[in-house]
Design a protein around this ligand. Structure first.
Ligand code: SAM
Ligand code: ZN
Length: 284
């Protein structure tokens, strides 16, 4: 996929061996050994090692690879296939891609449906992107910030944002007018039984990014996906806790008791919001 310079936003060109990228102003970026591009500028980092840490990434990878959330990938992919029909060669960015579980399935599903997609996955965590590199070498993996997406303005047909914070202006900038945005977030009863074990009072407040997106994105619809699943190993439960913020808030005694029990019935409540970038360029 065509990338742009995080310093000056000019287009980046690869050298003949695709080992480095350079813009006309001479800013250059080397390809990491694992195959990703590091386009995160030091001054953009709010901490030395931003984003999810290695432990969270490994836990999320084990949990997702165990298949507990395969229905989410399935519904996301069906949605993309339907909404992208007629675009033979869609350019898609998975923003906040983590260790790439959904990104790779998007690529496989679109290819199987007859598309020739060009896919990039971007995350601020280098631990996440390093792990993602092991999943596919046909995806462009980027360590960068979603606050300044290193892709040319209006270059994307679609952008997916799974369980990550919305950044409306940079997302709209990277998308073509009319481009597709799919945001996936947890609904109010997501992992309710787990939260009841952890918190004295479980908040029922519903998150919905539609209002925050509204000036730049036209909402088409929000789909709801609910399902129940059972985790039947201490490792699986520990992974779920480690990959979510709940793990840091759980009392040690409760943590030990859940792991000891070794079995947890869970309810998933997922929202998939479908949006189109508004045509009005002045808004960006
Ligand atoms: C809850 S995880 C979701 C990962 C993946 N989408 C998934 O569902 O498996 C949120 C991800 O957002 C990343 N992230 C946080 N701030 C970011 C930023 N400013 N730009 C890009 N990624 C960011 C984190 O490193 C983390 O991998
Ligand atoms: Zn430059």
């Amino acid at each position: 996929m065509q990338l742009s310079c995080p310093v000056c936003h000019a287009l980046l060109q690869a050298d003949t061996e695709v080992k480095s990228l350079r813009c006309d102003a001479g800013h250059s970026f080397d390809r990491a050994r694992q195959g990703y591009w590091n386009l995160l500028l030091a001054q953009r980092k709010k901490s030395k090692d931003p984003g999810d840490n290695s432990e969270m990434i490994q836990a999320r990878r084990r949990f997702l690879d165990a298949g507990y959330y395969w229905l989410i990938a399935e519904q996301l992919n069906q949605l993309l296939i339907a909404e992208l029909s007629g675009i033979q060669n869609p350019h898609l960015l998975d923003l906040g891609c983590g260790e790439g579980y959904y990104t790779v399935q998007i690529e496989e599903a679109l290819s199987a449906a007859g598309f020739s997609p060009q896919i990039a996955g971007l995350d601020i965590s280098k631990h996440a992107v390093k792990a993602a590199c092991r999943r596919s070498d046909s995806i462009d993996w980027l360590v960068a910030t979603g606050a300044d997406i290193p892709l040319p303005q209006g270059s994307l047909d679609a952008l997916t944002l799974m369980f990550s914070r919305v950044m409306p202006a940079p997302m709209a900038r990277a998308l073509k007018p009319g481009g597709l945005l799919i945001v996936v977030w947890p609904g109010p009863s997501h992992l309710m039984e787990l939260r009841e074990l952890i918190y004295d009072e479980v908040r029922q407040r519903e998150y919905d990014p539609t209002a925050e997106l509204d000036s730049l994105f036209e909402p088409l619809r929000t789909e709801t996906l609910t399902f129940d699943f059972e985790i039947d190993s201490a490792q699986g439960i520990d992974d779920l806790l480690t990959m979510t913020p709940h793990g840091q808030r759980i009392k040690p005694a409760v943590h030990a008791a859940i792991l000891e029990h070794g079995q947890l019935n869970c309810h998933a409540d997922i929202r998939l919001g479908v949006y189109r970038r508004r045509q009005d360029d002045n808004a960006i």
